[in-house]
Write a protein that binds this ligand. Structure first.
Ligand code: HEC
Length: 103
């Protein structure tokens, strides 16, 4: 009985980590198809992905403001950052992804 419990909790842990991996992959796909065009290189003054110093002053505005900037567009950034079927939750995940330093 105890063994069964251990086995099922291991299976549960493996499953939840698979689910978060899948979510991360979906966000990375979104990023590559739209945001990366500008944010990978910093084209037109876009804050560069993984550059925490460039993202810090943006993050200070608060997540809601940033999501609204993407939704409406901002200067050289077109509305929705070229991801027309992205949800506000996805924009938030994309912003977190871009603001996180990459190894
Ligand atoms: C065509 C180029 C382009 C694309 C595509 C693009 N961005 Fe941007 N983004 C910019 C530029 C340029 C700025 C800087 C705007 C400024 O400060 O004048 C910016 C700024 C931002 C900011 C900061 C907004 C603020 O209020 O300071 C966020 C957040 C952001 N982009 C998220 C995204 C996300 C998420 C995507 C993909 C869904 C995306 N961008 C796609 C060019 C782009």
């Amino acid at each position: 009985m105890k063994q069964l419990l251990i086995a099922s909790s291991i299976a549960y842990l493996a499953m939840t980590s698979l689910v978060t991996q899948a979510a991360d992959q979906a966000i990375i796909d979104r990023y590559s198809k739209s945001c990366a065009v500008c944010h990978a290189s910093g084209a037109a003054g876009a804050p560069i992905t993984g550059n925490a110093a460039q993202w810090a002053p943006r993050l200070e505005k608060g997540m809601d403001v940033l999501v609204a900037s993407v939704d409406k567009g901002m200067n050289a950034m077109p509305p929705k950052g070229m991801c027309f079927d992205c949800t506000p939750e996805e924009f938030q995940a994309l912003i977190q992804y871009m603001a996180t330093p990459k190894k």
